[in-house]
Design a protein around this ligand. Structure first.
Ligand code: ADP
Ligand code: MG
Length: 312
């Protein structure tokens, strides 16, 4: 059973509805009505040692990344974060000042960077180090960006380089030390909060890329009932990945994970206007009426299997 069919079967619609819920299970975050003009945007993500990070990752990076991946989900709705909660399951070996001092510094550093406060959590003992962050943010009412609202002829954009983190992970798993810049992409993903907020009223749909560009674009396509043409040669790529052959590169970019860039769609007119004064954004394809994902390399069709991250 896939993660998504499990959620749909057992949890979607499992509880009574609440009048404040504007968006429940199925997107990057949930949305609740706070006041007439303000909505609460919330999400939670767990990182498990040995599954989401290598056990020898420095505690500062584990903490930083645990928060970053959640702020990235908020960014994917266009929300502005204000608080997090931290649920920590600690093995005995990590219940010491050596570990916790560096872990706490990682939490403090990213919270300071994004103006976010740690307002609560829970601490237990467990054989495997597990970090669960719940993140809270706000959006002006009815302005959040969803997965299900991509429009035909929209331009598909990403906010930065794709594939660096997964390449670094593959190097680490092969026993090599990746270049520092790529290691940084793996350990310290930068949630695109400011860009997400700027895209309110500009983009038609948005998601963050956590499980691979192919699978995450697939979520937008399925939710919106549309297809896409993707120009693989336009995907922004770190020069340090330049020596890979096409198949290896596409594997890291389409099926790897951990990029935490934003993937969004907007009309050609909005793209031309926004692109003039925004931070760099990269057009990599177009939303089309025909269902499915068509891949091209400089106008030559490419056959490449999309297989994103699978938990089970
Ligand atoms: P993301 O990759 O953006 O973090 P996920 O793929 O983890 O999103 O989750 C997809 C959707 O399913 C989200 O709306 C999330 O809140 C919901 N979800 C995941 N697991 C559960 C669960 N155990 N109970 C309820 N909802 C869940
Ligand atoms: Mg997400």
């Amino acid at each position: 059973m896939s993660e998504f069919s499990l959620i749909a079967r057992y949890f979607q619609g499992a509880t009574s509805t609440h009048h404040s819920t504007r968006l429940g299970i199925g997107d990057d975050c949930a949305i609740s009505q706070l006041a007439d003009d303000c909505q609460l945007v919330s999400c939670t993500d767990t990182l498990v040692s040995g599954r989401h990070f290598l056990p020898d990752t420095c505690p500062h990076a584990i903490a930083y990344k645990s928060v970053a991946v959640n702020l990235s989900d908020l960014a994917a709705m266009g929300a502005t974060p204000f608080a997090i909660l931290l649920a920590l399951s600690l093995p005995k070996s990590a219940a010491c000042d050596e570990f916790l001092g560096r872990f706490a510094k990682g939490i403090a550093d990213i919270c300071q960077q994004f103006g976010v406060e740690l307002i609560g959590g829970d601490t237990t003992g467990n054989d495997t180090l597990t970090v669960t962050i719940t993140a809270l943010g706000t959006v002006p009412a009815n302005s959040a960006l969803y997965r299900h609202t991509a429009k035909i002829h929209d331009i598909i954009c990403v906010s930065g380089e794709i594939g660096s983190a997964n390449y670094a992970l593959s190097q680490r798993l092969a026993g090599n030390s990746p270049p520092a810049q790529l290691q940084q992409a793996l350990d310290y993903p930068m949630p695109q909060v400011a860009l997400g907020r700027q895209l309110l009223g500009v983009a038609n749909s948005m998601i963050d890329i956590s499980d691979g560009l192919g699978q995450d674009l697939g979520h937008i396509l399925a939710a919106s009932g549309v297809g896409a043409r993707l120009d693989l040669h336009k995907i922004p790529t770190n020069a340090l990945l330049g020596k890979l052959d096409h198949e290896q590169l596409w594997q890291h970019q389409l099926n790897g994970g951990d990029d935490y860039q934003l993937l969004f769609t907007l009309s050609p007119e909005k793209f031309a206007e926004f692109n003039q004064h925004s931070q760099p954004i990269y057009a990599i394809g177009e939303i089309v009426p025909t269902q499915g994902l068509q891949l091209f390399w400089h106008d030559t069709p490419v056959d490449f299997p999309i297989k994103g991250w699978q938990h089970f």
